[in-house]
Ligand binder design. Structure first.
Ligand SMILES: [Zn+2]
Length: 283
């Protein structure tokens, strides 16, 4: 213990920098005593150099484990998406080759509360992952057509809002969640514009629209490829998600935790954790 204290005290005297010397005598004593206390807690006889060597060895030892964990993470994250992705790519090349993957606008699967909002293939579903750390918050329905061609309809009745700066998005407030009437939910529809942001939203809903009642099947607009970056548009599709309510407002749709698993609303296997490979359909 005394050896340790001596060592630190020597360090302090020889290594006193200008900042420390500007401190009052009292402060300096406090500082020194803290340094001593801190330095003396681990009573190891090792030198600093030895500790460094040990840290290096430890890091080298841990690298293979870190790589293995990263590999396992990537494997499980992408395996579930890759089989579906392969089907999407194949289908987009030639939509007529797999008509059985196609859903029709207005289709209701069994006793689902929501109808399918547009023609197309539900190529990416809730909690699919496109890149490490990414979790998809909704369903992507690909029409296989050009932009501005395939209609998008309301999947469920509610009150539509389109904020003043929304080119490609509308959101519909559903005061009573059909699955849990005590709570309010929001249904979010996006990519209804071309790459440059020319809107395909129905003229019924100009920018700044608030709380306009829409029935199931009301035409909202047309599928587009707007991403916000004209040089890097998305494939033509509708992204639809079910967003949580926070004291009367919709939460940030970009976070999966702010959305609900859409499976029970459509009565389709739309949760990637349970449906790892298949394109969901009901016919
Ligand atoms: Zn999406």
């Amino acid at each position: 213990m005394s050896t340790c204290a001596e060592f630190v005290r020597t360090q302090n005297i020889s290594g006193t920098d200008s900042k420390v010397s500007r401190l009052s005598r009292q402060n300096r004593e406090i500082l020194q005593s803290e340094v001593i206390t801190f330095a003396c807690i681990p009573e190891f006889p090792h030198s600093h150099r030895y500790n460094l060597l040990m840290s290096k060895k430890l890091i080298l030892f841990l690298i293979p484990f870190a790589l293995a964990i990263a590999g396992i993470y990537l494997y499980f994250n992408f395996r579930r998406t890759s089989a579906r992705t392969a089907q999407v790519i194949q289908w987009l090349r030639d939509p007529s080759s797999h008509p059985e993957l196609m859903m029709t606008a207005g289709a209701r699967c069994g006793d689902a509360p929501f109808v399918f909002p547009t023609d197309g293939m539900a190529g990416f579903i809730w909690d699919d992952s496109f890149r490490p750390g990414h979790r998809h918050q909704g369903i992507d329905i690909f029409a296989g057509t050009d932009v501005g061609v395939t209609p998008v309809y309301a999947a469920y009745p509610g009150y539509l809002t389109r904020q003043a700066d929304w080119k490609s998005t509308v959101i519909v407030r559903v005061p009573e969640d059909p699955l849990k009437p005590a709570r309010q939910i929001w249904v979010y529809y996006t990519h209804l514009a071309d790459a440059n942001g020319a809107s395909f939203i129905s003229e019924q809903f100009p920018p700044g629209t608030t709380e306009v009642y829409v029935e199931t099947g009301t035409l909202l607009g047309y599928q587009g490829n707007y991403s916000g970056d004209p040089n890097n548009p998305v494939g033509v599709h509708l992204h639809i998600s079910i967003v949580k309510d926070n004291f009367g407002s919709f939460m940030n749709e970009l976070e999966i935790d702010n959305t609900y698993d859409p499976s029970p609303y459509f009565n389709l296997p739309l949760n990637a954790n349970r449906n790892k490979e298949d394109v969901p359909v009901c016919n």
